[in-house]
Design a protein around this ligand. Sequence first.
Ligand SMILES: [Zn+2]
Length: 340
Amino acid sequence: MTAPALATPANDLPPWIAAQTTELLAQRGHAWLLAGPSGLGQYPLALALVRAWLCEHPTPQGACGQCGSCHAIDVRTHADLCVLMPETSMLALGWPLSEKAQNEIDEKKRKPSKEIRVDAMRDAVEFSQRTSARGLGKAVLVFPAEDMNNVTANALLKTLEEPPGDVKFVLATQAAHQLLPTIRSRCLWHTMRWPGAAEGQEWLQTQGLSAAQAQQALLACGARPQDALAFFQSGRDAGAWSGFPRAMARGDVSYVRDWSPAELLMGQHKLCHDLLAVSVGASPRFFAVNDLLPSASLAALSQWGKALTGQHRTIDHPFNPGLLLEALVTQAQRALTATP
Ligand SMILES: [Zn+2]
């Protein structure tokens, strides 16, 4: 799967990201924290900022997209850019790992890490003390910043507190409340803006979705365009999403056989959220009203919601994914068919 809005030129950004790029570039600041729920474009915005900072011919709108620096970023070889991400994200987004890390993974000594590793943070601290290779300063991009553990966060904090002169930081997060308060207070805060409904819809159509597909994907993802695109690209079809609540109510494991436990858990969370919303007279957010079967027991629903939250913490390390899918579906069916 290719990642969206990745090596795209600055002028090809979604309109709401382009507008925020211009706005942030007009302000001074050596460390930005881009915060908001997932799927609003933290990563593309962070990348647009560092491209502009390092560009040889930047405009108020951002990087030129033509110069040697822009090209070096697009091919992931810029000596003055340090990207800190969990290794799984680095690989997914096409960023090279350090030679040491890549060797360890190639030799199967370990799996790619799902958090930002201490080794990588050490490299970043060392990076920020080096002189700029291209003479236009340096940049550190951290995403998602909540994937730093306490050790890595404290190492970064030292550098944020006493930044070497020519380095700028952009931290992008989907869970700002999980960051150390000291990290938050060292950064200028930017709250990611929600695109207008029409804006998100139009952008998805430029990414190859039909109007109906865009509408359905946006619905499934709570109006977050980047998430909607990922949902569409993962091969989930819109019809399957609208049939999901009924499949859960009848305990149909085959319906989600090719889903990962994490995906299923997320889907069930959304379903539970919507049913609770509807039960108190609010509008559902992720499903169309007609896709939802009224549920009889509010107590069973809220208990289910609590169970899902607990399971969320361990979902990345399932003992047996197949069994876990079955257990999750059974649990859902019980909650959805409980009598008051
Ligand atoms: Zn450029």
